[in-house]
Design a protein around this ligand. Structure first.
Ligand code: SAM
Ligand code: GLN
Length: 289
């Protein structure tokens, strides 16, 4: 006799299975994946608790459960992540945009930058920061770079999907070196660069460590701040006088960054902001006038 797997029964079974596998949010993951397998919004599942799944729906869902149980991020399985209330396509060649990066976007928007500003997003990944800024500031022109061509392919899809491809220009390149500094003259440079210390990589959750791209995570140097320092070192020459830099950093890097900034030439002032969890996360600096 074959069992009937209803939506509710499937959710209960998967929640228990994910819990035993040690996942943080077993019920939520089960719902997100089942909704994806059934081509529904998550909320629609509640109205269909008694609906039986067909063989092909079950097969599709089983494959997703298998991937999630091996710690693949839910977002790579569904291919999407919400950021700044917009849906972004994501896949294994880009970092899944994080909530703390929305704080970075908020701070940039508060900077009071001129209407027709020229903005640079270094290491754009999925394009999350560049797209959010372009949507909020229709008069801004944004150059978004990445060393990863595969990441840029994903960024392009997101830029087109959100209708900002006329104002966001994607460039392959390392740090700021893709452009001659004397031709740059940006009003604002923003970056969420890789900043994880190599020694901390093994401590990351398996979702991040084993599935997200290493190029997006590992920041160089003992403290992982190598890429951050490189951006902060180059930025003043690429900015107009009094231009802004905003970078996201690791919550344990505040002291090393503050010490570095106090010794740096090129800047007239800097400040540090916290993320939603109350951890130091964002550095804002202004280049000398
Ligand atoms: N901006 C996206 C976000 O906030 O979700 C992605 C951030 S991810 C932490 C860092 C990105 O920087 C990755 O896409 C990576 O490929 C890129 N990257 C790493 N090293 C770089 C470099 N030297 N120059 C430019 N981009 C770099
Ligand atoms: N916030 C990421 C993490 O989960 C790191 C991202 C980065 O290096 N910029 O560890």
């Amino acid at each position: 006799m074959s069992e009937t797997w209803t939506v509710l029964k499937v959710l209960q079974w998967t929640t228990e299975y994910f819990f035993q596998k040690g996942l943080d949010q077993p019920r939520s993951d089960a719902e997100v994946l089942l909704a994806h397998a059934l081509n529904l919004e998550r909320i629609q599942l509640y109205l269909r608790h008694d609906q039986p799944l067909s063989e092909s729906e079950l097969a599709r869902y089983r494959e997703m459960i298998r991937r999630r149980a091996s710690r693949e991020p839910t977002q790579y399985i569904t291919g999407k992540q919400e950021f700044w209330s917009l849906e972004f396509e994501v896949g294994p060649s880009v970092l899944v945009p994080r909530p703390e990066t929305e704080v970075l976007v908020e701070r940039v928007l508060e900077a009071g930058t001129a209407d027709g500003a020229r903005v640079l997003d270094v290491g754009t990944g999925s394009g999350a920061i560049a797209v959010a800024l372009a949507r909020e500031r229709p008069a801004w022109t944004i150059v978004a770079t990445d060393v990863s061509l595969k990441a840029l392919l994903t960024a392009r899809k997101n830029i087109e999907r959100h209708g900002v491809s006329d104002r966001v220009f994607l460039v392959a390149g390392r740090l700021l070196g893709f452009m001659a500094p004397e031709r740059a003259g940006f009003d604002l440079i923003v970056s969420n660069p890789p900043y994880v210390a190599s020694k901390d990589l093994p401590k990351l959750p398996p979702e991040v460590r084993d599935h997200e791209p290493l190029t997006a995570l590992e920041g160089g140097g003992a403290e992982g701040a190598g890429t951050l320092f490189a951006i902060l070192e180059q930025a003043p020459r690429y900015l107009k006088p009094g231009g802004h830099v905003f970078v996201e950093f690791g919550s344990d890097q505040k002291d090393v960054l503050v010490r570095w900034m106090e010794a740096a030439g090129g800047y007239e002032a800097f400040e540090v902001f916290e993320d939603y969890a109350g951890l130091p996360r964002i550095l804002h600096a202004r280049s000398k006038r």
